[in-house]
Design a binder for this molecule. Structure first.
Ligand SMILES: NC(=O)c1ccc[n+]([C@@H]2O[C@H](COP(=O)([O-])OP(=O)(O)OC[C@H]3O[C@@H](n4cnc5c(N)ncnc54)[C@H](OP(=O)(O)O)[C@@H]3O)[C@@H](O)[C@H]2O)c1
Length: 273
């Protein structure tokens, strides 16, 4: 995949937690003149513009990529309007669950001539800090240039991987799309357990956050497998071993994690149409 610089021009529809996180990163990385549709934002640095609705997008604006970052349940009216105005566009969907077939059908229902190329992706909120992890899937009709544009956008805010089957985007959503929430939950639980063991709340918070940061840096920087890093912290008969005996009991984290991820994938499939 070739890198493009500056980043392609975009029309971003949906500037909430996910759209906003990507936008922060893109503004830092350098976007070609772009338009953001947002009902709250008041300004954007030049040469970008914020408008309130698709009807307010200037007639001569032809973005390289339209990013749809609204909730899956709110996508249909947005897609219908986009199909009327930008029927042949490259659409990058970051929406959980919604399949390319269902997104395309919604566009065609609104405009029989519409034939957008739809690439699916699943980013995550660390994109705001340039530390995102995104999975992408492109259907066979996507061109190399369309894939390169989408890759460049998500690579500018973190790492990207491409999957070969559309259904795997649901698995990506369950692991890395939702994944920051699992890590934040662990931070909450460690902090709470620290307080239960007598630590002042501010110290428990600092210890929990600092530990997740340090362990994350090791995972990011070292090629070592996670299980080896874990064993390096675990002296036989020591304190870590006692805690891990509880966490690693078959019905504890191993079973809970598999069941939780399967539940997330199941939910993504419920949102498919
Ligand atoms: N949050 C995550 O960590 C994450 C990770 C990966 C993927 N995603 C995907 O990202 C999408 C958005 O999720 P989110 O968490 O960012 O939700 P969110 O915070 O609710 O953001 C959605 C945004 O879309 C806007 N919107 C809705 N209809 C619109 C319209 N017709 N025109 C312009 N803007 C419109 C909403 O504006 P109003 O406030 O004015 O309604 C809101 O700002 C979802 O499809 C989700 O599956 C999210």
């Amino acid at each position: 995949m070739t890198e493009l610089s500056p980043l392609p021009s975009i029309l971003l529809v949906g500037c909430g937690k996910m759209g906003g996180a990507m936008l922060e990163g893109w503004l830092r990385a350098g976007l070609a003149p772009s338009i953001i549709i947002d009902r709250h934002k008041t300004d954007l640095p030049a040469p970008h513009q914020v408008v309130r609705s698709i009807q307010d997008v200037p007639a001569n604006f032809a973005p390289d990529v339209i990013i749809v970052a609204v909730k899956p349940q709110k996508a249909n009216p947005v897609l219908a309007e986009l199909a009327q105005r930008f029927g042949q566009a490259t659409l990058l969907s970051v929406m959980a669950g919604r399949t390319i077939a269902s997104l395309h059908a919604t566009c065609v229902q609104a405009n029989a001539q519409a034939n957008p190329v739809i690439i699916r992706s699943m980013p995550n909120t660390p994109c705001a800090l340039g530390a995102g992890m995104s999975g992408l899937y492109a259907p066979p009709n996507a061109t190399a240039a369309q894939k390169a544009h989408c890759n460049a956008l998500l690579k500018a805010v973190g790492e990207t991987v491409w999957v070969e089957e559309e259904g795997l985007i649901d698995s990506v959503a369950a692991i890395s799309g939702s994944g920051p929430a699992y890590v934040f939950l662990l931070a909450e639980l460690l902090e709470k357990a620290g307080v239960e063991q007598g630590l002042p709340a501010d110290i428990a918070r600092k210890l929990a956050r600092g530990t997740l940061y340090g362990a994350g840096c090791m995972l990011h920087t070292l090629p070592t497998d996670a299980d080896e890093l874990r064993r390096n912290v675990t002296s036989p008969g020591g304190t870590t071993a006692e805690a891990l005996k509880v966490m690693m009991a078959p019905q504890a984290w191993p079973a809970t994690t598999s069941t939780a991820i399967a539940a997330a994938v199941h939910r993504a499939r419920e949102l498919a149409s």
